[in-house]
Design a protein around this ligand. Structure first.
Ligand SMILES: C[S@@+](CC[C@H](N)C(=O)[O-])C[C@H]1O[C@@H](n2cnc3c(N)ncnc32)[C@H](O)[C@@H]1O
Length: 412
């Protein structure tokens, strides 16, 4: 899911009003079909809960589940959740306003609503969160979970809580959740969805706040966060994690426990086109061996976990922009076609224990081509944003913490 045309400054942006009408139309259509079906509130809530429980039953199962079955089950969950969003009666602005804040893109609820269909991302997170909760509750009567930038559906937790409630696995005395989102439309939608799912007891608070500034009064056992886009760009994952990690208990865990952001030089046609010609859908299990062997890995550019976050040093540049020094990498030598290759940056997410989200499992781990980075080649039009280096050069990567977060390579 890509953002609309964002700018590197704090600015408000609105989607074209004509497009807005079309966007809103799709939600209205679903609401109308719901009304036509003449369901009572009770019947609708039952279907909603069932769809959430069904999705988690599949995801937590240890037997192999067909891709199509997963997709259809998640689609049913989406269809139900979107009805709660429709019933929350967001104004056009609350539904479609999208803007760039000081720490990254603030996506509109209209665009965010699709993340509940991101099957393998939710699977990797839900399985990890489930293990972490089980583990914490073995030693403690109750835990507090903080989930910042949760979006309109908080899809990494609400389905799991529905499952716990339905199966009597854990009670609301054991799990206290704080949900945080800065978008008023996301807050309204969350309130409606939680009411419809009858999960109020599990929710300690819903906070309308910027997660890079929010200070919880409680100490936190689990910090659940996914505010990233492919190539670790655009959204404020790092700024949010860096701020909130301070509120974790000494033995509190961040989920994901580790994010490894890596770089590679690839032939674009092989990596992004040929590799996927014969397969039904992109997923780490469906990658092609020869395309993988054709990659020239540069190694890890940034590693994000509780300990690296607590030790991260920020540098402030003259214009107030803050950067984090990331890895120093020696560009490989002896690669004949290096000049034809492009840089692609991808993330590998370890949510908890052995659970995770690997390359191509989700939009957020999909390698992102960077067309401004050149090795042994000259760009046709040299712009100041272009980085030009040679095989064997040492390159220092920085991560820029701004409205448009992303990597900045510098030649040493
Ligand atoms: C892509 S959506 C939801 C992602 C959600 N974590 C998930 O797993 O599906 C991103 C949401 O993060 C919120 N958000 C982004 N940056 C934020 C910040 N600094 N503070 C609070 N909310 C933020 C946006 O308002 C939006 O509702």
């Amino acid at each position: 899911m890509e953002a609309h045309n964002s700018q590197p400054t704090v600015s408000l942006q609105y989607v074209d009003p004509q497009v807005d009408e079309l966007l809103k139309h799709s939600i209205r259509t679903q609401l109308e079909s719901l009304l036509k079906a003449k369901l009572t509130t009770g019947q609708r809530q039952l279907l909603l809960k069932k769809s959430f429980v069904d999705a988690m039953t599949l995801v937590l199962s240890n037997t192999q589940v067909e891709h199509l079955q997963l997709v259809n089950t998640f689609e049913a969950m989406y269809d139900q959740a979107v009805q709660s969003m429709a019933l929350a009666q967001l104004s056009q602005e609350q539904l479609t306003r999208q803007y760039v804040s000081a720490s990254g893109l603030i996506m509109s609820p209209h665009n965010c609503k699709h993340t509940i269909k991101d099957v393998y991302r939710i699977k990797g997170y839900a399985r990890g969160i489930d293990l972490a909760i089980q583990s914490k509750l073995k030693h403690s009567p109750s835990i507090t979970i903080l989930y910042p930038a949760c979006g309109p559906f908080a899809p990494l937790l609400l389905p799991l809580l529905s499952y716990y409630k339905d199966s009597n696995t854990f009670t609301s005395q054991q799990i206290n959740v704080i949900l945080v989102d800065v978008h008023p439309g996301a807050i309204l939608s969350l309130q409606q969805l939680i009411k419809d799912l009858q999960l109020d007891d599990f929710i300690l608070r819903i906070e309308a706040a910027d997660a890079t500034e929010y200070e919880p009064a409680e100490s936190i056992d689990l910090l659940v966060l996914e505010a990233m886009q492919h190539g670790f760009t655009k959204e404020g994952q790092l700024s949010i994690a860096k701020h909130l990690v301070k509120f974790l208990n000494i033995d509190g865990w961040m989920i994901p426990q580790n994010v490894s952001v890596r770089g590679m030089m690839v032939i674009g046609e092989t990596e992004f086109n040929q590799q996927w010609k014969e397969v039904e859908y992109s997923h780490s299990l469906n990658t092609n061996t020869s395309a993988q062997q054709d990659r020239v890995e540069l190694g890890e550019i940034l590693n994000i976990n509780k300990s690296t976050l607590l030790n991260m040093q920020e540098l402030e540049l003259q214009d107030g922009v803050k950067v984090i020094p990331a890895s120093k990498i020696k560009l490989p030598t002896g690669v004949k076609d290096m000049g034809e290759r492009i840089l692609a940056i991808y993330a590998h997410i370890d949510t908890f224990a052995d659970e995770g989200v690997e390359q191509y499992d989700s939009g957020v781990t999909h390698p992102r081509p960077d067309m401004t980075f050149y090795i042994d080649a000259k760009p046709r039009d040299v712009e100041h944003t272009h980085f030009v280096a040679s095989s064997g050069d040492m390159v220092q990567f920085y991560y820029q913490l701004s409205g448009l977060p992303g990597f900045v390579p510098v030649k040493l």
